[in-house]
Design a protein around this ligand. Structure first.
Ligand SMILES: [Zn+2]
Ligand SMILES: [Zn+2]
Length: 502
């Protein structure tokens, strides 16, 4: 039966049938032969009464199809390329025809084509969501695997049809469904689809990040690195993918990136590893602090006079919290402006050496300056007098004068500090901070406080031996005290007194 309506319907369908496999990013390899044939532009059908049922299905000429089926055509019969009518209807999004063929007994999950795919696979490749919904409503099985080893969700990922991915997952399809080779949709996406999507989209459905495939035992991150998929690597790292899992060759994602010499990915992986190490360290420090507080509280030692509220630790004896360094410093002496660091247990003796050598060098420069003037300037202090002598040496070499002034400045403070430090260490056994604190305390006391009578003063020789940790020909033996963990005065019970440096 032919009518003008049908004829015009045929002509209006200029787009013709759609073969699946026209993916972006060169995924065309997935198309098969009969679909390639279908790509050939079909001429407009002038007379729909002559259409065979395949063509009528492709163009969606419902009346013609109905006529042929009612005339006895078996809807289950595949064409010469083993493709069923339902496949053609599905790939061209002919919803009415699909309903009609199913009502006439068409098999929903009929396998067909070179890839042994179902109509659902074809509809997904083409991205027809209404068709996917219809086929699923009629019992299509999304878990079926096609000839390339992909299930429905894999195909949706491969061809980047996000609404279909979301729909399939919402209908109960596992986001971790594995293909024949064990690849999950996330692995496939990271490997095959260069760009942030659909990897980022899949990550919203909470997929397993650290599963591995069957053959290479690669995680999704391995696959992204292997493909040089920078966006996917970024998304996977942000989601918390493991950096330590090794594949069948024993390679971590970083090993793989080093092999591929992808500098950007190497940088991303190394930066992430560093950041995670810091986070772990911070967490570990925090747990340690909590444990400390619990122990202190339960043993009755949580005394806020000796507890550092910044570091959340019990302060060792003679320690002080430095707000510049933001940490408690054992046997605190001072925060040194010249070194920019705290001076305390562990570096105090180096500080003394620093002052000593600085004084020596400055003294040497001063001496050298005078030697220079005596050799190169035709003047002497004795002959010309002070004023002429000064004028002469300034004129002789202003640069040497400048160096002399600089050396004198540094010589004066370093020598002063050195002598002061040595006095405190040898004669008082105290640090600068303790000495200043005791002097402040003594102002508020009626009796005068002797700085020499503290439990830390063990005598001139012993003080020096303890400080520099060296004996003096058997006369004194250095006493080893770890001030980082010394909380009470137990190292010298005979002279024990309660003295807190903080
Ligand atoms: Zn502290
Ligand atoms: Zn400090």
């Amino acid at each position: 039966m032919e009518g003008p309506g049908l004829g015009s319907q045929c002509r209006n369908h200029s787009h013709g049938p759609h073969p699946p496999g026209f993916g972006r990013y060169g995924i065309c390899a997935h198309e098969n032969k009969e679909l390639a044939n279908a790509r050939e532009a079909l001429p407009l059908i002038e007379d729909s009464s002559n259409c065979d049922i395949v063509k009528a299905t492709q163009y969606g000429i419902f009346e013609r199809c109905k006529e042929l089926v009612e005339a006895g055509y078996d809807v289950r019969q595949p064409d010469k390329e083993n493709v069923s009518l339902l496949h053609w209807a599905a790939i061209n999004n002919r919803l009415d025809l699909v309903k009609f063929y199913i009502s006439k007994g068409a098999v929903v999950d009929q396998l067909g084509g070179d890839l042994n795919s179902t109509p659902l696979h074809w509809a997904i490749r083409q991205g027809h969501l209404p068709m996917v919904i219809l086929l699923l409503q009629h019992g299509a099985d999304p878990t079926l695997i096609d000839g390339e080893g992909f299930s429905s969700i894999h195909l949706a990922v491969l061809f980047q049809h996000m609404p279909i991915i979301a729909y399939l997952i919402s209908k109960g399809q596992s986001v971790n469904m594995t293909a024949v080779n064990g690849q999950t949709p996330l692995m496939l996406s990271a490997h095959k689809v260069i760009g942030p999507e659909p990897t980022g989209f899949l990550l919203k459905f909470n997929p397993s990040l650290n599963v591995v495939d069957k053959i290479h035992q690669n995680t999704p991150l391995h696959w992204a690195v292997a493909a040089g998929n920078v966006n996917a690597v970024d998304k996977l790292l942000e989601a918390g993918s493991s950096l330590d899992i090794q594949n069948v060759k024993g390679e971590t994602p970083l090993d793989m990136a080093l092999q591929n010499k992808n500098q950007l990915i190497i940088h991303m992986l190394k930066t992430e590893a560093k950041m995670r190490t810091n986070q772990k360290f911070r967490l570990w420090r925090w747990l340690q602090k909590c444990e400390n507080i619990i122990t202190l509280a339960e043993t009755g030692c949580l005394d806020f006079r000796t507890f550092c509220t910044s570091c959340l630790i019990r302060k060792p004896l003679r320690s002080l919290h430095c707000h510049v360094c933001n940490s408690c410093v054992a046997r605190y002496d001072q925060h040194c402006l010249w070194t920019g660091r705290c001076i305390g247990f562990g570096n105090h003796h180096y500080y003394i050496f620093f002052l000593f050598f600085l004084s020596m060098v400055c003294g040497w420069i001063i001496y050298g300056s005078f030697i220079y003037w005596s050799n190169h300037c035709a003047t002497t202090f004795k002959e010309d007098g002070l004023w002429t002598y000064l004028n002469q040496i300034v004129a002789c070499s202003p640069w040497v004068l400048y160096i002399l002034m600089l050396a004198t400045f540094h010589f004066s403070w370093s020598t002063f500090l050195l002598l002061n430090q040595l006095f405190q260490i040898a004669f008082l056994g105290l640090t600068s901070h303790e000495r200043i604190s005791l002097l402040k305390q003594s102002k508020h006391m009626k009796q005068t406080l002797s700085l020499r009578k503290t439990p830390y003063n063990l005598g001139f020789m012993q003080n020096l031996a303890d400080f520099f940790q060296c004996g003096c020909f058997g006369l004194v033996k250095p006493c080893v005290v770890d001030w980082t963990s010394q909380y009470t005065m137990v190292f010298h019970p005979a002279r024990e007194k309660v003295l807190r440096s903080v």
